[in-house]
Design a protein around this ligand. Structure first.
Ligand code: ATP
Ligand code: MG
Length: 222
């Protein structure tokens, strides 16, 4: 069993999330991919945070009709700030014991992982799969990402990790892996969507149609 865990605020879920999820699902041949909205992100302010019931409903509306995609409400039900290590333990010991777990995240999230709770244990329990995010510049972004990630891993996580260029992953002596999935970045973020709504601009090209309709109906982010 191979399962992807994709946590985030999803405020709201958008096409960038969905494309990243789809790529990892295929590339890593996952049996399941869990979208896991957090109740309250530990590293973010709660300004413009839509109610969790709305964020969940939008995920339900956005997910493709494919039984491999699942919504997990574990962080919502747990209460308090959402720590990824607690979520991983929940899956590892309760939901799918023995599964290979892949932690899906954008580059921006990965570059903060040294500040996360129990990051050492986290890296022993899951294999991060890092997807490129748009930097807004016209550069060779994949090559940049490899060097940025490599220096981050060695300076902030551990010098033990060696790079495998063929697989674009770093592996340490204990066999723990960190993957980079080099793909063209999708220049969409939830903050950009919220800003556009506040400015009275359309967001139809950034979210699935049903999500757009839901945001309009509930007058979210205005
Ligand atoms: P915000 O702008 O509010 O931070 P966001 O678009 O970054 O929202 P999050 O809910 O913070 O969305 O992100 C959840 C996860 O999805 C993070 O790991 C983030 O890096 C990743 N992610 C978000 N947007 C993209 C995208 N366009 N491409 C790849 N990964 C993304
Ligand atoms: Mg974000």
């Amino acid at each position: 069993m191979r399962a992807g865990l994709f946590g985030g605020t999803f405020n709201p879920i958008h096409k960038g999330h969905l494309m990243a999820a789809q790529r990892v699902l295929h590339q890593f041949n996952l049996d399941h991919l869990y979208i896991i909205p957090c109740r309250k992100p530990p590293h973010k302010s709660s300004a413009y945070l839509a109610p969790v019931s709305d964020r969940i409903r939008m995920i339900q509306l956005a997910l493709p009709e494919d039984a491999r995609y699942r919504l997990s409400e574990v962080e919502v039900q747990r209460g308090g700030p959402s720590y990824t290590i607690d979520t991983v333990e929940h899956f590892r010991t309760g939901i799918i014991p023995g599964a290979d777990l892949f932690l899906i995240m954008g580059m921006d999230a990965f570059l903060e992982i040294h500040t996360w709770k129990s990051q050492r244990r986290l890296l022993e329990s899951v294999q991060p799969v890092v997807v490129t995010r748009h930097h807004g510049a016209d550069r060779e972004e994949t090559r940049d990402d490899v060097s940025r990630m490599g220096s981050y891993i060695h300076s902030r996580l551990s010098a033990d990790y060696g790079f495998n260029a063929e697989r674009t992953c770093w592996r340490n002596d204990g066999g723990n892996c960190i993957h980079l999935l080099p793909t063209p970045p999708v220049a969409i973020s939830s903050s950009q969507i919220r800003q556009r709504i506040r400015a009275g601009k359309a967001i139809a090209d950034l979210v699935p149609q049903a999500v757009n309709a839901y945001i309009e109906k509930k007058e979210l982010y205005q």
